[in-house]
Design a protein around this ligand. Structure first.
Ligand SMILES: *Cc1c(COP(=O)(O)O)cnc(C)c1O
Length: 369
């Protein structure tokens, strides 16, 4: 029996490096509430991500949720269902109504051709997802947003370190929300951040992540507790020193996958986008059963039998979740439905051995009847 290969494996610095980073906390006893690690991590991130403004949060979900709250939105938010639960939940938990736009068949981001027809008098914002690290059609989304005076909030959880036309991906839209969860390209154990344009928004987020406390004797908003603690910030500082190298290793794994799977009939690989510096966050493959000779389910099972964890990511679509009690009609997003029933993300992480990629591809190709 060979070793198990999970779909992801967290990047970590050397043990000693982390210990060195947290040593000062035993003197300062400053463990959370925007301490020195938090401040340093924030500054370093600003530089690495190429953004003007950023605030740190406990996780990517709270970044999304508090961003929507800070914007004082009401009504409908146009988004896509081909994403992690967090995106849709952030909308619904703010008392807003998600309106689902379909996705492109090649890069799985919002289909902007279908966007304008979904805008109503109640639309207040667009929340597109740079899914798998694929960049949305930013120009078109921002043109439409300007025309109808809508806010644009990007779910940038998959795009850490990416640039579009040389610009940090977090610098687009009114706000972009990142996740530093353990399973992402870059982690701070758990963590997240919002990059934003407007200073007033920045003040609001800063207060909302600390219960809406405005001053020692004033609480001016119904906030939450979403402050990043010092241990997480310290992990972020360590991982940030190695992230370029980690992305470089992911690139090698992605190229190896492509060398086996590119051009195989019935397999659709992720689009390679122009003008994008990629981070190789995921390696999704869409299986067209007839043309390939095996279904997504068969491949998933065969990989599992061999101790290899692929993920049906993103399946099911968020607009079919049982918590929404059939409120949304999945037939309105047929492309998303098609892809979600056929896609698998294959194991992808910096330490993935190229020989393991060979073995995984061998198993996949061996599923063909
Ligand atoms: C991971 C993720 C989130 C949430 O981030 P957390 O840090 O886990 O809270 C939001 N959106 C997408 C698309 C994600 O993949």
């Amino acid at each position: 029996m060979q070793d198990q290969i999970l779909v992801t494996r967290s990047s970590m610095p050397g043990f000693e490096e982390y210990i060195e980073e947290i040593r000062s906390m035993w003197d300062s006893r400053w463990l959370t509430n925007m301490g020195p690690k938090h401040r340093e991590f924030q500054e370093k991130l600003k530089e690495y991500l190429g953004v003007e403004n950023i605030d740190l949060l406990t996780n990517g979900h709270m970044a999304l949720e508090l961003t929507l709250q800070a914007m004082n939105l009401q009504g409908e938010v146009i988004t896509t269902p081909f994403t992690f639960a967090s995106t849709t939940h952030a909308i619904v938990r703010n008392g807003l109504t998600p309106v689902f736009c379909d996705i492109n068949p090649d890069d799985f981001t919002m289909d902007v051709e279908k966007l304008e027809s979904l805008i109503t008098d109640y639309t207040c914002a667009i929340l597109p997802v740079h899914v798998y690290g694929n960049i949305c059609n930013i120009e078109e989304i921002e043109r439409i947003a300007r025309k109808y005076e809508l806010k644009v909030i990007y779910d940038a959880a998959h795009t850490f370190g990416e640039t579009y036309k040389g610009r940090g991906i977090g610098s687009f839209g009114d706000a972009s929300c990142f996740s530093f969860h353990a399973t992402k390209v870059f982690n701070s154990l758990e963590g997240g951040a919002v990059c934003y344009r407007d200073q007033g928004f920045g003040n609001a987020i800063y207060e909302l992540k600390n219960f809406g406390i405005h001053g020692p004797e004033e609480v001016s908003a119904v906030g939450a507790n979403a402050k990043m603690n010092e241990f997480c910030a310290a992990m972020g500082l360590c991982n940030l020193r190695h992230v370029e190298e980690e992305i470089g290793k992911r690139k090698k794994a992605a190229e190896r996958y492509r060398s086996h799977l590119e051009g195989i009939e019935g397999l659709q690989l992720n689009a390679v986008q122009k003008d994008v510096k990629q981070n190789y966050a995921y390696f999704p493959v869409v299986f067209e059963e007839k043309a390939f000779g095996a279904s997504r389910e068969e491949v998933f099972e065969r990989l599992a039998e061999n101790g290899i964890g692929a993920r049906k990511y993103f399946y099911p679509l968020t607009n079919t979740f049982s918590c929404f009690h059939r409120k949304y009609d999945v037939r309105e997003t047929p492309v998303a439905l098609h892809v979600s029933r056929r896609v698998l993300t294959l194991p992808m992480y910096a330490d993935l051995a190229l020989e393991d990629v060979d073995r995984i591809c061998g198993i996949i190709l061996g599923c063909r009847k």
